[in-house]
Design a protein around this ligand. Structure first.
Ligand code: KG4
Ligand code: ZN
Length: 360
């Protein structure tokens, strides 16, 4: 079968990671672009520069500091991504007389921090103009969904994905790429936000998720029975009360140890997340389930999710940690599909900090 190859450079700067990736996709010539199958994708490079150290001294992401750090890091990160993919960084295509073999330039256009998004979006548009190739604006949450297809383009559909990050917590049903339904979401804090707030309260540092994850290994998850927010109610989540329960417990039990508090809080959050994603899969007759977003890097969530999915006899994916936290490879994967399906994004489409996932 005759195939056509497209290579996309994607940029991700929605929050506190500066990332660039070069991703190649192959698809049959003449295949209907409405076909449901996700493209077969090869990640040629995926460079992520984390700003965690820059924000740690403030105890959280400071938007102005993030924008400035993206400005400083973007050019070296893009240069490294092109070099790792065996391509030269030649912004104006003049040095070698040829522009790099890139067919489109993509960037996350929302949701996220507006100043941070603008750095990636403006740079991607500038490169697209200089190289005379299409620009593709990508929804960050659609990027997290496409992380699944990077590793499992053959995963069963409909697919139910638990997307858990610092800014979002939702259960999404993916009938096929581009056809999404949000089955549940948080009514207050995002799951990652709850990890970060509890860690801050316990004086453990920032970002809280990985710290609580590591500390939990030394604690007893059954030491304290924290409430499981909205466990019996449908598919929505509430984490704010669980965070308050930790604070109240520490006030009443000043001798409670951090490892026990961390392990018990993590267990409560994981209990709710795993119960609800499997409930959603069953209720909506999913063929497969997957995790996505930064909190999907959590060891206990990965372990309990895999076990529960296997027990339910469901095809499932626990993605590599590098594809859970923010990265440009997932943005490139979504951009490949969007470019084939919708064509290029107009250069007049700006960054949108509250961009919503297009649902059916
Ligand atoms: O997806 P992401 O990198 O950025 C957003 O789009 O928000 O997610 C970041 C969030 C933070 O709240 C961080 O604490 C959490 O993911 N996180 C974790 C772990 N690693 C990152 N939460 C729990 N356990 C982890 N191992
Ligand atoms: Zn994210």
């Amino acid at each position: 079968m005759e195939t056509t190859t497209t290579t996309i450079l994607a940029i991700e700067t929605s929050c506190d990671e500066t990332s660039a990736a070069v991703v190649r996709a192959e698809r049959p010539v003449g295949a209907g672009t409405r076909s449901g199958a996700p493209p077969r994708i090869e990640v040629l490079s995926n460079v992520v520069s984390s700003q965690v150290a820059v924000h740690a001294e403030f105890g959280g992401v400071v938007p102005e500091v993030a924008s400035r750090a993206h400005l400083e890091m973007l050019e070296p990160v893009v240069g490294q991504a092109l070099a790792d993919a065996g391509l030269a960084f030649d912004p104006l295509g003049t040095g070698t007389g040829r522009r790099p073999a890139i067919d489109a330039v993509a960037a996350t256009r929302g949701p996220g921090l507006i100043g941070a998004l603008l750095v990636g979006v403006s740079s991607a548009k500038a490169l697209a103009l200089a190289w005379d190739v299409p620009y593709v604006g990508v929804n960050h949450m659609e990027g997290h969904l496409f992380a699944t297809f990077l590793e499992r383009p053959d995963i069963g559909l409909p697919l139910v994905v638990l997307l858990v990050s610092g800014g979002h917590t939702m259960i999404v049903k993916v009938d096929e790429p581009g056809r999404y339904r949000i089955l549940g979401s948080t009514v207050d804090d995002a799951a990652g936000e709850a990890f970060d707030k509890v860690a801050r309260y316990l004086g453990l540092g920032y970002p809280g998720g990985p710290i609580i994850d590591a500390l939990s290994a030394e604690g007893d998850p059954a030491a304290i029975r924290f409430p499981r927010g909205m466990l019996d109610d449908g598919l929505d989540f509430s984490f704010s009360g669980m965070k308050t329960a930790v604070i109240n417990y520490v006030r009443r039990h000043p001798d409670a140890t951090n490892p026990d508090l961390a392990a018990s809080f993590q267990e409560a959050v994981v209990d709710v997340l795993v119960t609800k994603v499997l409930r959603a899969a069953k209720r909506h007759r999913a063929a497969a389930v997957a995790l996505g977003g930064g909190v999907a890097a959590n060891s206990r969530l990965r372990q309990r999710f895999a076990q529960a999915a296997a027990e339910a006899g469901l095809d499932h994916l626990v993605p590599s940690r590098a594809y859970c936290t923010d990265n440009a490879a997932m943005i490139a994967a979504a951009a490949h599909w969007r470019l084939a399906h919708d064509g290029a994004t107009g250069l007049d489409a700006g960054a949108d900090p509250s961009l919503r996932l297009a649902t059916i």
